[in-house]
Design a protein around this ligand. Structure first.
Ligand code: NI
Ligand code: MN
Length: 226
């Protein structure tokens, strides 16, 4: 598996020969101006919820790449109305086998309105299980006891968690989330993009280290092998 960070909570996981793009938000991100949105590849686009900082580039990338969009029923319906042709609607609790592996949708404690004000359903996290390894992307969420169920569904190799505070978990809650999901390799997202979520990265990594959990913070545009 490879993980390419595209800034904020946007990243590509390359697994089983497929490119899975998550929460496309590049064009409006001042920190990601060196990323060429027109060259981002995707076979699938997974959308955790409807907020603008997760769907800003969804329609243009989906139309160009013809990627299949995996999202809640409501976000998928909205995407279709915007001109996205290939969608796979899901909802919390459900799982589906795709060409790269299985996706199970799990609870995220957040909200999910779409940019035009339409209802986005419930926000979700994703557990992705593949022949090359398993990972969990929590989406925007608070720490929640529901995360304790996750080890019963998958032995995780990596967890991708928000750490920026204000809208989501902070570093301390993300550490507890990593413990809940029983995963000691964390990739931090949803930090530094705007004023409300700026963090001290070195301090964050130190706090994770104290709990014997690895916190990876790849640079925007960087690809790491998992
Ligand atoms: Ni959000
Ligand atoms: Mn967000």
């Amino acid at each position: 598996m490879q993980f390419t960070y595209l800034g904020h909570a946007c990243f590509v996981v390359t697994v089983a020969g497929k490119k899975l793009l998550f929460d496309p938000f590049i064009t409006p991100n001042e920190l990601a101006q060196h990323i060429d949105v027109a060259s981002v590849e995707a076979d699938y686009i997974l959308v955790s919820h409807g907020h603008a900082d997760h769907v800003a580039d969804l329609v243009t990338i989906a139309q160009r790449t013809k990627a299949k969009v995996i999202a809640s029923w409501e976000v998928a319906e909205w995407a279709q109305k915007q001109g996205v042709s290939d969608v796979h609607p899901m909802n919390i609790g459900g799982s589906w086998q795709f060409s790269f592996g299985a996706v199970k949708c799990v609870i995220a404690q957040h909200s999910s309105g779409l940019p035009d004000g339409s209802y986005g359903g419930n926000p979700m996290g994703f557990i992705v299980t593949t022949s090359e390894g398993n990972f969990y992307y929590s989406g925007d969420t608070a720490l929640t006891l529901d995360m304790q169920l996750i080890p019963s569904w998958a032995k995780l190799d990596y967890a991708i968690l928000p750490i920026g505070d204000n809208f989501t978990m902070d570093v301390n809650d993300a550490i507890r989330a990593a413990e809940f999901v029983d995963c000691h390799n964390v990739i931090g997202v949803h930090y530094d993009t705007f004023g409300y979520i700026k963090i001290d990265k070195a301090a964050a990594q130190q706090r994770f280290q104290q709990k014997k959990i690895q916190l990876l913070l790849p640079a925007i545009g960087e690809t790491i092998t998992l």
